[in-house]
Design a protein around this ligand. Sequence first.
Ligand code: HEC
Length: 256
Amino acid sequence: MRKTVLLAAACLFTPLAIAAADEGAAAPLDWQHWQAGNEVSNTASLQRGARNFFGYCAGCHSLKYLRYSRLASDLRISPDQLKADLLPAGATPADYVKSSLAADDAVAWFGKVPPDLSLIARARGPNHVYQFLKTFYADPSTPTHSNNLALVNPAMPAVLSDLEGVKEAVFRNVEVTVDGSVTTEKRFDHFVTTVPGRLNAAQFDGFVRDTVNFLDYVGEPAQVERRSIGVWVVLFLLVFTWIALLLKKEYWKDVH
Ligand code: HEC
């Protein structure tokens, strides 16, 4: 009996052990399949995302279709909090979220104007934005001294490196055969953190997910409201069905 159990265990675990060893050696970091996994009904996450946006992105990026007042009511931010934490000096709640960066300064510093982010999560998808924010790495050959896997040679500097730390990308040479001739290609393999940031990996991941969640909300603010209306519609239908059943019972009582 013991022998059988041992044998079964050996059969079960050997392939797993081999697979694990293999993965450590060969599997490159699968960043193209990373998912933002965001949830716009999570108001606390949206509030944190808004705080991240105003702290780290609004200096360069605008949200030109979003008014501060709308943001405050959707995210349940009180007028006092709005004034204290988010409204720039001189702005009113009815204003749209603009960046303080002047277009000609942007061109002088970055070579282009940072895009408005109102629709970025809809245009490129939340997963792309998530992958973009998580794949900056040090690259001394570019003007910003950084590069990115999701957007090669971006004009945007690695603005979150004080939080995340500085990563270096490790590439490996892969032999590929094209039309019968063998060439070597440089492929990304994994990151190595060379300077630690203020946040650990899990905290930084949460920071990025909240920020992407917020940008997803900004792309379609009505989705927050629609979801809460949806709950009431379903509740109404359930109650209505129950009343209809009671009525039917009542009517048929007389017929029988
Ligand atoms: C110092 C200015 C600056 C800051 C701060 C900044 N960005 Fe950018 N961002 C840029 C520039 C410039 C571009 C244009 C990049 C390009 O097209 O090469 C850009 C592009 C983008 C894009 C488009 C990427 C794509 O695939 O086209 C996204 C998304 C983005 N930024 C998100 C953010 C978020 C989120 C933050 C805050 C955490 C942020 N940015 C902070 C300057 C900035």
